[in-house]
Design a binder for this molecule. Sequence first.
Ligand code: NDP
Length: 444
Amino acid sequence: MSYVDEVYEGLKAKHPHEPEFLEAAKRILESLDPIVSKNEDVYRKNALLERFVEPERIITFRVPWTDDKGVNHINLGYRVQFNSAIGPYKGGLRFHPSVNQSILKFLGMEQILKNSLTSLPIGGGKGGADFDPHGKSDAEVMRFCQSFMTELYKYIGKDTDVPAGDIGVGGREVGYLYGQYKRLTGLYEGVLTGKGLTFGGSLARPEATGYGLVYITDEVVKGAGKELKGKTIVVSGSGNVAQYAIQKAEELGAKVVTCSDSNGYIYDPNGINFEVLCQIKQVERARIKEYAKRVPGSEYHEGERPWGVKCDIALPCATQNEVNGEDAKKLIDNGCWCVCEGANMPSDEAAIDTYLAAKILYMPAKAANAGGVAVSALEMSQNSERLSWSFEEVDSKLHDIMVNIYKSVSETAKKYGYENNFVVGANIAGFEKVATAMLAQGLV
Ligand code: NDP
């Protein structure tokens, strides 16, 4: 049995009730095989993989809170402090009923590699609670956040663990969490990222994931000897990532012909109008079908996803598992030769297998959407300096980071004999730096 298989079998025996985590660990470990087999003696001697797959610590706590009717509730809160070899733990907090330890460990492991790829000094972590903010009043959300932080504050800090938002944790929640941290500790420090601009947030953070996605897509396309200008792009979603991906892609001369929400998608053969999109989604918070009523020539397709539309490039920016094997086949049959993921895990396993078998260019989420966490790390730097950088400065750093991620992913893939396989490239490139740091720091 190979070292990778041995470690996976051990993990399966220890954590049989964590299917999401086991699945992610299996996929990551398998893709690391080329680097592991080259360094097997050293890795084994130092129990490197056994340590890599186990979080340094997991904190679990109860979160008691009272709703507006005076009824008491108890939720479960977590922080998985997975790996601090290259920097303080960094990763979002998710508030969603589906949150459990298995899902947070899976997301935390992915985060270690994503953060490493940014080349910034941030380790991997993830946290959250099985709390559903939907339908809760502001006061209820505030009480929940305050109770959650009353426990979590003991374990985080600007140099130890710096959480951010994720599903269900946006600007409002980050504000409440920050307020309570400051109240409990008396410290005004960059302990959370994604903060409001008036209390330490970074310019260009809202744009970062979408812009970063397009910057790396541009590199992928150039790497294939083509250019983004004039290409037709299909985008899914119409939220934060989708909006800024559309804006930047159009700025660079591509034509984005679709966007969507959970009810259906818009096809606009003239290119999605960013101003109209933002008016509908950011200002009116309305459904995407409104777009077709306002923009002549566009069409609304209720209950469908945009994967049947002819395109060169697809940027899934909505949600997990939104592209399945059949969708991937449809995309390829319609001429799509490049997929870069804005959302986390938008392509299911069958879709990824389809891309790889067809040898189209496929940049996985941990590299393609790393712009968000990269600018969060830049927010940490600005907080430490007590300075705010201009939009242009942050954007230019983001651009450089995405170009470097592409270089590192593609060169690593090539070095290990998997040219243009960016899945292998991203996992190994992310892992290499973490492994080197872990070896240097001894058995801890
Ligand atoms: P938003 O909530 O702003 O937007 C999500 C978009 O996806 C909305 O248009 C939403 O439509 C749509 N959507 C949600 N669920 C479904 C579904 N089941 N089917 C079809 N469409 C759906 O989120 P973000 O743009 O911030 O995030 C999008 C993805 O990017 C997520 O996977 C997130 O984890 C990932 N990501 C985000 C980062 C960031 O900085 N924001 C950083 C890295 C990754 P509706 O309005 O109908 O719900």
